[in-house]
Design a protein around this ligand. Sequence first.
Ligand SMILES: Nc1ncnc2c1ncn2[C@@H]1O[C@H](COP(=O)(O)OP(=O)(O)OP(=O)(O)O)[C@@H](O)[C@H]1O
Length: 205
Amino acid sequence: MSEPTVIARGVGVELGGVPVLRGADLTAAPGEVVAVLGANGAGKTTLLRCLAGLQRSEGTVRVLGRPPADTPDFWRDVAWAGDEPAWYPGLTAGEHLELMRAVHGPGRLEADRALELFGLAALADRTPPSLSTGQRQRLSLATALLRPSRVLLLDEPERGLDTGFRDRLAGLLAAYAADGGTVVMVTHDAGLARGARPLVLEAAA
Ligand SMILES: Nc1ncnc2c1ncn2[C@@H]1O[C@H](COP(=O)(O)OP(=O)(O)OP(=O)(O)O)[C@@H](O)[C@H]1O
């Protein structure tokens, strides 16, 4: 088994003096898809934010051998899709993907291929605000999967997606892992969780 790329040991977070995450442990290696599961409020998004260096925590967190930090260097190796990103006014869906490639360098997918894989080819010339919720979620996921990365962090990627595309997404995540990537995803979707190693969080309070 390869060395873990993502390690969390005894991770705890208090927000407003209230413990919202306590003693969370997680390891994920290249080739793995881990699904973080649990009830609403169990601390799943908080744990993901700790892995992304967006939330300070007790305990130990290592991503690709170093503490995560919200720095350009960290984000060169780590892709994230969580809440809907801010879209650039006036740029089309296709241009958003071209922009990601221009900024991050040649990635895992050409923009045209990403549009095809995410079922957006016919919508390439539309602006994101003119798309449906699920179409914008596909675009958000496409921007994360198109660029080069070794670790992919996803917060409820199923949001707004129809059941057919959820199945396709499971395949895209499996392919990312098969290429040596590591996926850690928070999900409430049983289908997405089925193809992943589960980590169930219990509420801290
Ligand atoms: N800014 C904040 N200040 C205080 N408490 C917060 C804050 N953000 C989140 N919490 C609390 O932290 C706990 C964990 O929240 P978190 O979003 O990590 O849960 P979750 O497991 O991802 O939930 P869900 O399944 O509903 O998305 C919740 O009880 C929430 O109310």
